[in-house]
Design a protein around this ligand. Structure first.
Ligand SMILES: CC(C)(COP(=O)(O)OP(=O)(O)OC[C@H]1O[C@@H](n2cnc3c(N)ncnc32)[C@H](O)[C@@H]1OP(=O)(O)O)[C@@H](O)C(=O)NCCC(=O)NCCS
Length: 120
């Protein structure tokens, strides 16, 4: 069973999302402004995971384009303290569910070649 609860992101998550991004990436981080934009944008699935203390533990961001059955997993991240607990897998499943509900058939993630954790 997953020890984390998943739900769509809310405007109140902005601070925690921005802080999590700092902890998870050393470059190419999404800015607070970007997260705010994705929160407002239609055709976007921003899913957050909370731990038992209701702290943000991870997120997945899915972007859709009209006219294509391909969805893009634009970003996925799990707090370094929470890695290795299958939360990445749960977020990926939630991202797939979202894309499927939106009638997309494929989900693509672009990653660096050396990002073995994300590729796995
Ligand atoms: C990629 C990431 C989200 C994985 O999150 P996670 O919660 O630790 O992953 P899980 O516990 O769900 O792992 C699922 C499987 O992925 C693989 N995996 C996870 N971390 C791995 C690592 N460091 N090295 C190799 N394989 C790994 C394993 O096969 C694992 O299954 P197993 O535990 O049965 O062996 C996390 O490492 C992360 O946030 N990385 C930084 C952000 C990033 O690079 N995002 C992708 C680009 S946008």
């Amino acid at each position: 069973m997953c020890a984390f609860s998943l739900r769509p992101a809310l405007p109140d998550d902005l601070d925690a999302l921005t802080a999590l991004e700092q902890r998870c990436f050393s470059s190419d981080r999404l800015s607070r402004r970007s997260f705010r934009k994705w929160l407002k944008r239609q055709h976007t699935g921003l899913i957050v995971a909370l731990d038992e203390q209701q702290q943000l533990a991870g997120y997945a961001l899915v972007l859709l384009q009209p006219g294509t059955r391909l969805a893009r997993l634009y970003s996925i991240a799990v707090d370094p303290q929470q890695r290795g607990k299958k939360l990445g897998e749960h977020l990926l499943e939630a991202a797939e569910d979202y894309a499927h509900q939106q009638r997309r058939l494929f989900l693509r993630l672009e990653v660096r070649r050396d990002n073995t954790a994300a590729i796995a």
